[in-house]
Design a protein around this ligand. Structure first.
Ligand SMILES: Cc1cc2nc3c(=O)[nH]c(=O)nc-3n(C[C@H](O)[C@H](O)[C@H](O)COP(=O)(O)OP(=O)(O)OC[C@H]3O[C@@H](n4cnc5c(N)ncnc54)[C@H](O)[C@@H]3O)c2cc1C
Length: 424
């Protein structure tokens, strides 16, 4: 593996090197990555050299920008792309490097009256999120992040560089829009931004006892929400602190008028951060940790949010989970995305997050099981968690298409996504 060092401009870490452990540690600190080597790529040439080297020596490469979606990547060459973090915007189109984070894109797009289709965290990478679909704040109005991809600069499984568009390589282009990172390594992405000249949003919190009222109001508000309005419901409990219930919202406009009135009628709020806010501050609404953190999660797509689902969500204390979030989907997310992610016909999703403590997995299992009658069984690819399979993210025809493409383009398995499409 030492000869790889001479082929790249970036750093190579091998087991035993000082700094190897730090270099192989992902953002999600609960995931151990016993990799064979870590390459810190400085650009597309380093990526091509690394993949070419792996192809020649029968090795496997996993690209990783941040490690938010990390799984135990045993024996692979971990290709860290965080240094490739360029962001350029021109004519409503963003061109970003494989390591760019959403917060950087939003900071550049906001002053132009534009936004990208980012999710809750400003430090998730655009590449990993978008390749998996990307269920974000403005999905109801504008769709999945993957639907906005216009072109990708890639390195294929033989180590050759290419630019992929709908015209140059329709099948790969389709796969890159939501099918994950199993086919090529992306070195740069081009995607259309969407209008957000004025943005309103924030979080309102109440003591946990108010949860039944807040959930009732949530059902009422989301039942008639226009696509410009997105509201998420959260039950939250940090260790050693009292639990609380919250709603997080964004509205593509100056003010949502009466649309949020059912929440205002509840009273007894602990905090209310709702205001007109810069697009650049979108990532602060949910106040998620930005520094590396250990975490475990689970997602379920809900077929409805009726009394029976509300009863399940409110039945037991959420501990030892930290949060149970319900996201309102629908709108453009329910329409075809033009890529492998397809569309989400489910109107809501439930996202559970906990520290990897004793009891967390059992609590998530119990909640998932209780929700089963109200779930579709499908999961967004970006929200899969260690132990789950890519097959859960796609309908049968999309999965077959992705598997055919994988066999055709990477027959020796040189590139491996966190959730490989040929997995069980
Ligand atoms: C705090 C938090 C908040 C989140 N919020 C949301 C949300 O609102 N909406 C949502 O949809 N998801 C959300 N996610 C999930 C997140 O989108 C996925 O974990 C995503 O895979 C993270 O991408 P990343 O590149 O930052 O992570 P990484 O772990 O670096 O990458 C994940 C995978 O993406 C692929 N990949 C990354 N870069 C490349 C590349 N250059 N070429 C090819 N493949 C590549 C690889 O298969 C890699 O294993 C969240 C996750 C966390 C931890």
């Amino acid at each position: 593996m030492n000869e790889l060092k001479n082929l790249i401009k970036g750093r190579l870490w091998l087991p035993g090197d000082a700094g190897f452990d730090e270099a192989r540690t992902p953002w999600n600190l609960s995931v151990n990555q016993p990799v064979a080597a870590v390459v810190e790529a400085t650009g597309a040439d380093d990526v091509a050299a690394t993949v070419g080297y792996a192809a020649l020596h029968g090795l496997t490469v996993t690209a990783q920008a941040s490690g938010h979606g990390a799984v135990a990547a045993e024996g692979v060459i971990l290709l860290r792309t965080h240094l490739m973090d360029g962001v350029e915007i021109a004519d409503g189109v963003a061109r970003v490097g494989a390591g760019a984070k959403w917060g950087e894109v939003l900071a550049a797009a906001g002053p132009l009256g534009l936004t990208g289709l980012a999710g809750s965290s400003p430090v998730v990478s655009v590449a990993g999120y978008t390749l998996g679909g990307g269920v974000g704040w403005f999905g109801r109005k504008y769709g999945l992040a993957s639907s906005r991809v216009l072109a990708a600069d890639v390195v294929d499984a033989a180590g050759a560089r290419a630019r992929v568009t709908a015209e140059s390589d329709p099948e790969l282009f389709w796969a890159l829009r939501g099918g994950g990172g199993d086919f090529v390594v992306v070195t740069g992405l081009e995607f259309a931004l969407d209008p957000a000249p004025v943005l309103y949003g924030g979080r309102v919190t109440w003591p946990l006892e108010r949860a039944p009222e807040v959930l009732a109001a949530y059902r009422e508000v989301t039942a008639r929400a226009p696509e410009e309005l997105t509201v998420w419901f959260d039950l939250m409990k940090f260790p050693g602190a009292p639990g609380f219930v919250a709603i997080d919202c964004t509205y593509l406009g100056e003010h949502p008028g009466e649309l949020l009135r059912p929440f205002d009628a509840i009273g007894g709020t602990i905090s209310d951060s709702r205001a007109v806010l810069p697009v650049a501050d979108l990532g602060s609404i949910c106040a998620e940790p930005t520094d590396p953190t250990p975490g475990a999660g689970r997602v379920e797509l809900l077929t409805g949010l009726d009394d029976a689902v509300a009863d399940v969500l409110l039945a037991d204390p959420i501990d030892p989970l930290i949060s149970v979030q319900v996201r309102h989907l629908g709108g453009a997310l329910s329409r075809p995305s033009g890529g492998a992610a397809g569309r989400f016909t489910e109107p809501y999703l439930a996202y559970m997050v906990g520290a990897p403590l004793p009891g967390t997995a059992e609590r998530m299992d119990a909640l998932s099981k209780a929700l089963v009658p109200h779930t579709s069984g499908r999961k967004p690819y970006t929200m899969l968690h260690p132990g789950e399979q890519a097959a859960a993210a796609f309908d049968a025809s999309a999965l077959a298409r992705l598997r055919d493409l994988k066999r055709a383009r990477d027959p020796h398995g040189v590139i491996r996504a966190n959730y490989p499409v040929l997995g069980a």
